[in-house]
Design a protein around this ligand. Structure first.
Ligand SMILES: [Zn+2]
Length: 135
């Protein structure tokens, strides 16, 4: 059984709404994401690949660059969302707080949506803190 993974990094801002810890304040991270794609058993394509890293870069890498990089993530009900939108910003709004867990799941779901056989998404919010989403 083969699987392949590619890492992507991007920068973002967020805050956790209705949370007492330091992350209630608006701040930023340089995230590292690892997206793992499941191969088809032991079979490889005519190039000897379970999945082409270049395809991962062209699909998920481009989506991360265009949709997630240098954006602010907020909970939908965070009042800061309206302030930023009124100021001409385009925050990414999530159903819950924009934690590493939620972002790992959102990336996983996008991979499923575009038809990738995603196995898991690891999301490092910092060098020492990682959340993983898999089904
Ligand atoms: Zn944070």
């Amino acid at each position: 059984m083969f699987s392949v993974a590619r890492e992507f990094s991007f920068s973002y801002g967020h805050r956790l709404y209705r949370y007492e810890g330091r992350c209630r304040r608006l701040h930023g991270h340089n995230a590292l994401v690892r997206i793992e794609i499941l191969g088809d058993g032991d079979s490889l394509n005519e190039h000897g690949m379970a999945f082409d890293f270049a395809t991962l870069k062209e699909t998920m890498g481009r989506w991360i660059d265009e949709t997630l990089d240098h954006r602010v993530f907020l909970a939908k009900d965070d009042p800061l969302a309206k302030v930023l939108i009124d100021a001409g910003e385009e925050p990414v709004l999530l159903d819950g707080n924009p934690t590493a867990e939620q972002l790992a799941k959102a990336i996983y779901e996008h991979a499923v949506e575009i038809g990738l056989r995603v196995q898991r998404v690891d999301f490092w919010e910092t060098k020492n803190c990682r959340a993983t989403y898999a089904r």
